[in-house]
Design a protein around this ligand. Structure first.
Ligand SMILES: *Cc1c(COP(=O)(O)O)cnc(C)c1O
Length: 379
């Protein structure tokens, strides 16, 4: 595990605090989720719901709420008793799914740049990660490259759309082409859909398990932290066919056993919020995206405008840097802003070299302050 000893997010957030920088590095919102959901957590604590160990696979009411959510938004039918497991965030759900499905030496294929937890979780499971770079700049899945990366040892495709760090939302056609490779090679799929509700106008979130033939092979991952803007609560889940969920439950119950009892009760209310919550949430974040991306473009930075998530990507070469790491190390001192270099999300650092990730899940005044600082530094 030595290669996973530090995370870039911890390092950059510490640098932000030490230098008084605006932190557009780590992806957490600076505005909490709905007050009604906070009130529900407080009420659960006061009323004694979840203060003692809840059931290992999640509070039954939350499993039911997750099943209703999957039906309401995507038409997916799940039995809440057997097809849902609650976890300590999407993070634990992903780790448990890998521990369940990967044997020693099995290969796990993932598009790069990848979310850093994936690399560590594959190592924990004794697997071997195999990365397939998204196309440079546009960050689309290259399905021929995916097909070429599959070997007889490939067991799992670890998929993420909406995609962190690029903000790409894979289209139905792209997902269908990926599904063909999965079927040809008899793979399991872990589909990290933590950003399912953070998809902007003109794009659509298509759960991978809704593609023909994929439901029986796919573990789908969700995150209340992302969907309800409560990233510190760490409530997530895995859903899918009964046999796969049963497999995921085994390692999962021996990781944290259970966590976040009262928060699980609060998430029951959060998932049932009316359509207006979900559309206002999306629209607000889309305005923040537009503010940041417009500002970055005005600075002369080629910016890949994301279709979803918290993140935009720029190519820093026009500012005289060949290397995103060098840029991100200079940035706090030079401009008082923190961002994250893409190369930490690749094994082949070269593929990520010129790119930097900026988080826009911050209040408009904070984004404006960051842009003002950048334009003073790079005028
Ligand atoms: C934040 C994030 C997660 C982890 O979600 P938690 O619910 O906080 O554990 C998983 N996958 C991606 C892509 C993320 O960005």
């Amino acid at each position: 595990m030595r290669e996973h000893a530090t995370t870039v997010f911890g390092e950059m957030s510490a640098l932000a605090v030490a230098t008084g920088s605006v932190n557009l590095g780590q992806g957490f919102p600076d505005t909490d989720g709905p007050q009604v959901v906070k009130d529900a957590a407080i009420r659960a604590i006061q009323e004694g719901r979840g203060n003692q160990y809840p059931p290992a696979h999640g509070v039954p009411e939350l499993r039911a709420a997750i099943a209703v959510h999957q039906k309401r938004f995507y038409g997916i039918e799940l039995d809440p008793v057997t097809d849902v497991v609650v976890a300590t965030g999407a993070s634990e759900a992903i780790a448990a799914a890998l521990l369940a499905l990967v044997d020693l030496g099995d290969e796990v294929v993932m598009f790069s740049p990848w979310f850093d937890l994936y690399a560590a979780a594959v190592s924990l499971a004794g697997g071997v990660r195999v990365e397939v770079p998204l196309t440079a700049g546009a960050f689309r899945p290259d399905v021929d490259a995916l097909r070429a990366a599959i070997t007889p040892r490939t067991r799992v495709l670890l998929l993420n759309s909406p995609h962190n760090p690029t903000g790409s939302v894979f289209t139905r056609d792209e997902l269908a082409a990926i599904a063909a490779v999965v079927a040809e090679n008899d793979l399991w799929v872990i589909s990290d859909e933590a950003y399912e509700h953070l998809v902007f106008s003109g794009s659509e979130h298509v759960p991978f398990c809704t593609l023909p033939g994929m439901a029986e092979r796919t573990v789908t991952i969700g995150s209340a932290g992302k969907s309800l803007s409560m990233t510190g609560w760490k409530v997530g889940w895995a859903t899918g066919p009964t046999d796969l969920v049963a497999a995921v439950r085994v390692p999962r119950q021996h990781l944290s056993f259970v966590s976040g009892g009262p928060f699980q009760w609060a998430v029951v209310e959060g998932l049932a919020l009316p359509d207006s919550y979900w559309s206002d949430f999306r629209d607000g974040l889309e305005r923040q995206r537009d503010l940041l991306c417009t500002g970055l473009v005005e600075l002369g930075l080629p910016t890949t405008v994301p279709q979803g998530t918290y993140f935009a990507t720029t190519d820093v070469r026009p500012l005289g840097y060949a290397d995103g790491w060098a840029f991100c190390r200079d940035l706090p001192g030079r401009a008082g802003v923190v961002a994250i270099p893409h190369e930490v999300f690749h094994d082949d650092a070269e593929a990520g070299r010129p790119y930097v990730r900026w988080a826009f899940c911050k209040r408009p005044d904070v984004l404006q302050e960051a842009l003002d600082r950048l334009s003073r530094a790079f005028a």
